[in-house]
Each structure stands twice: as structure tokens, then as C-alpha cells.
Design a protein around this ligand. Structure first.
Ligand code: SAM
Length: 175
């Protein structure tokens, strides 16, 4: 399954840090790309900078016209919202119905009402308000049953897990 994320309502002056986290979390948990409804070249650059060092192959595009993009997306559309169906109840249905591609939608401020209608599934990571980063991480991890976190990234920098300290191979310096 190829997973993409659509981030609605990003406000460049306020949301730069959290939107960067939304993008990097999407990437780290196995999504193939992220789309933002607001144009923000700085955001694109900072995410591409990380991907450039730790592994390419993650698409980021900002300034996307969200309504036609969401309406016309070929694949399963999942909107993460505290008002939706609990993730534990939704995931088995999503797994049995989703094929090929998936678009996961997260908001920033209030999400337009049409999103609830355009989505195939409105999914709650618990029915309390929290964060788009947390919602995305839990949803992607449960959906992929942990496999997303094991994605391989062929980057210049490779982190070698260790008990203490930091071990990083810089393949750009390899003989
Ligand atoms: N107040 C906004 C509203 O009523 O739509 C939500 C703001 S919240 C900080 C930003 C995004 O986090 C939401 O659009 C949603 O995608 C996600 N989110 C927050 N809590 C969630 C939850 N319990 N389950 C799923 N997604 C959640």
C-alpha cells in the first residue's frame, strides 16, 4: 500500500515547526509523500534537506488545491479527527477495503465540513483533542502493524542503533 498525507490549513507564520513534524513523521512512519494546501517554500526546503541527508524518495508539495485533490484522489481517503470512529474499530474495516493507495488527511485549525463527506473513513485516535502529529503516528503505526517504522531509507547518513551515544555512518565519506 502506498500512503500519502494531506495537511490542511497550515499557517506558515504559526505552524512551521509542527508542519515540519507532520511531514517528517509521515516519512518516518512509511508514507511516500505529503501535500499541503498552503504554499510554503521554506517548509518544502527544510523537509527536503532532511530527506536529502537521511534518504530521498519522499515527495513534498505545497500550495495544492485541496478540494479537487481530495475529491479526485484515486484510493482510500482517511480523515483523522477526534469526532470519528475509534481507530481500533476503524482499522479492520480500512484494511479490508483499502487497496493500492491511501490518502490520510490531517488538519491544523478547524477542518472544512466537506472533508468529513469526501473522506471514506473519519477516524479518531481516541475521542479527545490532541495533536495531528500524535494522531498520524498512532494511525500509521497501527495501520502498518509496525512495518512503516522499519522502512529502509537509502540516504547519505545512516544511523546505526546502539545502546548509548550516537553511531552514524556518512556514506558520502565512504572510500
Ligand atoms: N480544533 C480543530 C477541529 O475542530 O477540527 C482540530 C485541531 S487539532 C490540533 C489538528 C488536527 O489534529 C485535527 O484536524 C486532526 O487531524 C488531528 N487530531 C487531533 N486530535 C485527534 C484525535 N483525537 N483523533 C484523530 N485526529 C486528531
Amino acid at each position: 500500500m502506498e500512503i500519502f498525507v494531506l495537511r490542511l490549513g497550515h499557517r506558515p507564520a504559526r505552524d512551521k515547526r509542527i508542519s515540519t513534524h507532520v511531514a517528517l513523521t509521515s516519512r518516518a512512519f512509511g508514507a511516500k509523500g505529503i501535500f499541503f494546501s498552503t504554499k510554503d517554500v521554506d517548509l518544502e526546503e527544510s523537509v527536503r534537506d532532511v530527506a536529502g541527508r537521511f534518504g530521498e524518495g519522499f515527495e513534498i508539495r505545497t500550495g495544492v488545491k485541496w478540494k479537487p485533490f481530495l475529491r479526485d484522489f484515486q484510493g482510500t481517503k482517511v480523515h483523522l479527527t477526534m469526532y470519528g470512529v475509534h481507530v481500533d474499530d476503524a482499522i479492520p474495516r480500512i484494511r479490508s477495503e483499502a487497496k493500492g493507495r491511501m490518502l490520510v488527511v490531517v488538519g491544523a485549525e478547524k477542518v472544512p465540513a466537506e472533508v468529513y463527506q469526501l473522506a471514506d473513513f473519519n477516524v479518531a485516535v481516541g475521542n479527545q483533542p490532541h495533536s495531528e502529529v500524535a494522531a498520524l503516528a498512532v494511525f500509521l503505526d497501527r495501520l502498518t502493524q509496525g512495518e512503516g517504522l522499519r522502512s529502509e531509507f537509502e540516504g547519505r547518513l545512516k544511523v546505526l542503533p546502539c545502546e548509548r551515544g550516537k553511531r552514524v555512518v556518512d556514506r558520502g565519506n565512504a572510500g
